[in-house]
Design a protein around this ligand. Structure first.
Ligand code: UT7
Length: 334
């Protein structure tokens, strides 16, 4: 059995910064509410008319990650792409990456696990490498939320949170079993699917029916029972981090860097307090980018690495919770 190690990281955020004050012009909200409840000051939203999409942003982040890994696109054996906002209903974004990067006819897989998408995606890649099937796997998380949000007061509880962006990493075979991804831990609880959901269009409720229903039908906008999600998130984050630490005979004192999915700064801070971590042991950037769902952890990890906050031998913990419900953690010895 091999281990897998991240050898290249990249990110891409669209240029267009949308502040809380700008949102207040679209809906009944304000900077104070958004900052106090979520920690978000601004987010990036793709400007309509530009070429960016989940796949395009993912490709931009991927090129950087491959380059920083010291590899070329022809060294990549497989693609795993996590997103809830794919360019097409089908096929998935993974195959678009294969084409956009002009890669060999390698396999490409899309993962649809929303906020836990990156944790699930890297876990899949890790298994392929651990068994020896592949040597270098490209893992991408990307989201283009902004075009699918309800930008009226009706949607304010959800819309102010989400941002667009992409991150990518190259996961590579590591012969030293004490280095790289030590373990991944994945969970789901589908009975709460309707607590954070975009219901339509679905095959059972297709576009003509939505159009026919005129304005009463808003099932194509995200719905979230925010308080319920929040309460479950803080519990599951704690559990799944402990599960990862215990599996590796580690304790909370061993954590050098914790990178939570950027759902809400208050959730991250709650988990930080629970594990007694100092501010410099937790990396948050939700203030600048909002919640970028499957992209948030890999954007944050890339940014932390760019700032010199991820060092050799560090114990790095990634954890996520979100729609499904799904949640998971990744324990890494850098
Ligand atoms: O990433 C995937 C997982 N997602 C999460 O983990 C998100 C978890 N949940 C949350 O982050 C929080 O629940 C929210 C930030 C979404 C909402 O914060 P909250 O403290 O739970 O607020 P609330 O939904 O209980 O709403 C409180 C009040 C309501 O008004 P009333 O009924 O008290 O008069 C809302 O209508 O705030 C109102 N409100 C807003 N006011 C101004 C809701 N959204 C807004 C807004 N601006 N954008």
């Amino acid at each position: 059995m091999y281990n897998s190690r991240i050898i290249g990281l990249g990110k891409y955020l669209p240029d267009n910064v949308v502040t809380n004050d700008e949102l207040a012009k679209l809906m009944d909200t304000n900077d104070e509410w958004i900052q106090e409840r979520t920690g978000i000051k601004e987010r990036r939203w793709i400007k309509k008319g530009t070429d960016d999409s989940s796949a395009v942003m993912g490709a931009k982040a991927a090129r950087i990650a491959i380059d920083r890994a010291g590899l070329t696109k022809d060294d990549i054996d497989f693609i795993v792409f996590a997103t809830l906002s794919p360019d097409y209903y089908f096929p998935g974004c993974g195959v678009q990456i294969q084409d956009m990067l002009d890669m060999k006819t390698i396999g490409a897989l899309d993962v649809r696990n929303q906020c836990s998408g990156f944790v699930y995606a890297i876990s899949v890649a890790d298994q392929f490498i651990k068994t020896g099937m592949y040597k270098n796997v490209l893992v991408i998380g990307a989201e283009y939320h902004s075009n699918g949000l309800d930008k009226t007061t009706r949607g304010r509880g959800v819309t102010v949170i989400f941002g667009d962006g992409a991150g990518a990493c190259v996961l590579s075979r590591e012969e030293d079993n004490t280095k790289g991804i030590l373990s991944t831990h994945l969970h789901s609880e589908g009975k709460y699917a309707d607590k954070l959901i975009v219901k339509s269009p679905s095959i059972g409720h297709w576009v003509p029916e939505i159009l026919d229903s005129k304005e009463e039908d808003i099932s194509y906008f995200p719905y979230m029972d925010g308080t319920f999600v929040f309460k479950n998130a803080v519990v599951r984050f704690g559990e799944v981090i402990m599960e990862g630490l215990t599996k590796n005979s580690l304790t909370k004192e061993d954590i050098d860097l914790f990178i939570p999915h950027q759902a809400n700064l208050r959730i991250s801070q709650f988990v930080q307090r629970k594990f007694g971590l100092r501010d410099d042991q937790v990396y948050n950037n939700i203030m600048k980018y909002g919640n970028t769902t499957a992209a948030s952890i890999i954007i944050a990890l890339t940014e932390a690495w760019e700032q010199g906050k991820v060092n050799d031998n560090d114990t790095v913990v990634l954890a996520a919770f979100g729609s499904g419900f799904t949640w998971g953690s990744v324990i890494i010895k850098w």
